[in-house]
Design a protein around this ligand. Structure first.
Ligand SMILES: Cc1cc2nc3c(=O)[nH]c(=O)nc-3n(C[C@H](O)[C@H](O)[C@H](O)COP(=O)(O)OP(=O)(O)OC[C@H]3O[C@@H](n4cnc5c(N)ncnc54)[C@H](O)[C@@H]3O)c2cc1C
Length: 349
């Protein structure tokens, strides 16, 4: 029996803590409930929202249809050849707790992705990444419920079409796939990935002369993240609000003539990735507040719910930031979180 809550409060279910409601809310705790959910009179495939931890969503208004919160749990070891393990986690598992669990078992690979809010099931959706690692590097396959065939299926890593903050799940026709579990391939030996920012330095400090381990790297990542990023339990946000834009080489070249210190990263396809946070900072927007929403004082890429922000405050601030950056740099920033309903055009940088 599925419990359908009408006009459900979504404020505790989105990390921006915006005061919005869902027309109907159900919580899925077991994959076997899916047929019952699909049979609900409120279920409409085109409009249903499959919700994880609400840490990558900007609710611009009340959600006018059914929201299904993914809360199925379970972690199991699928294979272990002494060198690598394959471990499967249910979509509703908390991401950071899962990473911690893998490290406690001595399985390496996810340490750089510690402390990212949200669920395991949402991790492949935008191919979460941090400190030089993307989750795709550890994904073996993703188990989905295919709403078209109404069957469970597995998508291999290749079939997921992972790219920077992107995957097939962002483009599947009308929300075809519900992710129910993810299989990871992790290693029993540790290969440090320390090339990003000050990670090597902080990890070395924490190691205090002892050999570096994956757990120490995870601790270093947590320490850096806690210094730079707001804790959503204290200050609402959706993490990085804009993607780093990838622009044509000619535009990057002309910008670099004007702004020689602009951080830039040439891409394999000849385009150049630029640092969105740096560009926002150059517009002197750190700490800038509109209504209850503000640009985070420590990290310009993060918009925060400073004081009981409404959805309209965040939308207005995002548009203001976007316009400032466009005027300064001729680059249109693309938001990272999912906007519901989508009110900003998603532009290619
Ligand atoms: C403080 C902070 C820091 C962050 N840092 C990072 C970071 O370093 N790197 C990074 O990549 N992201 C980061 N994020 C963004 C966010 O944590 C990730 O995108 C995370 O994976 C979202 O998980 P979620 O469960 O909250 O997804 P939600 O926000 O609930 O959903 C996001 C999208 O995924 C879809 N979805 C969720 N679950 C499923 C499912 N089971 N099946 C199908 N679709 C589903 C939703 O419909 C929605 O479209 C940060 C966010 C915050 C608040």
């Amino acid at each position: 029996m599925i419990n359908v809550i009408e006009h459900a409060d979504l404020q505790p279910l989105n990390t921006f803590a915006l005061p919005v409601r869902a027309r109907w809310l159900v919580t899925l705790t077991n994959t076997e409930q899916l047929p019952d959910i699909l049979a609900l009179p409120q279920f409409e495939r085109q409009s249903v929202l499959w919700l994880g931890g609400g840490s990558n969503i900007l609710f611009c208004a009340d959600y006018p249809a059914l929201v299904v919160r993914m809360a199925n749990r379970g972690i199991r070891l699928v294979a272990d050849d002494g060198v690598q393990v394959i471990v499967e986690a249910a979509a509703g598992e908390n991401w950071h707790e899962f990473v911690q669990y893998t490290l406690e078992q001595g399985w390496c690979g996810l340490e750089n992705l510690s402390l990212i809010p949200g669920t395991v099931g949402a991790a492949p959706v935008q191919n979460i990444g941090a400190y030089g690692v993307e989750v795709q590097s550890c994904i073996e396959a993703v188990q989905c419920f295919d709403l078209e065939s109404q069957q469970l299926c597995w998508l291999s890593r290749n079939e997921c079409s992972f790219a920077y903050r992107d995957s097939v799940f962002k483009h599947d026709r009308q929300g075809r796939y519900v992710i129910v579990a993810v299989r990871f391939v992790l290693s029993r030996s540790f290969t440090p990935q320390l090339h990003y920012g000050d990670l090597a330095q902080v990890a070395t400090e924490l190691a205090q002369g002892q050999p570096l381990t994956a757990s120490i790297v995870a601790q270093a990542v947590c320490r850096i993240r806690r210094q730079k990023l707001p804790d959503p339990r204290v200050l609402g946000s959706a993490g990085s609000f804009f993607k780093n834009p990838v622009v044509a080489a000619e535009l990057a070249e002309s910008l670099l003539k004007q702004y020689p210190t602009l951080p830039h990263y040439p891409q394999p396809d000849g385009q150049v990735k630029l640092a969105a946070g740096w560009m926002i900072d150059q517009c002197s927007l750190k700490g800038y507040q509109l209504g209850g929403a503000a640009v985070h004082e420590k990290q310009a890429l993060v918009l925060v719910n400073k004081k009981q922000a409404s959805a309209a405050d965040v939308v207005a601030l995002a548009e203001y930031v976007r316009n400032c950056v466009a005027q300064h740099f001729q680059v249109l920033l693309e938001p990272e979180p999912v906007w519901l309903p989508e009110v900003l055009p998603h532009a290619a940088g």
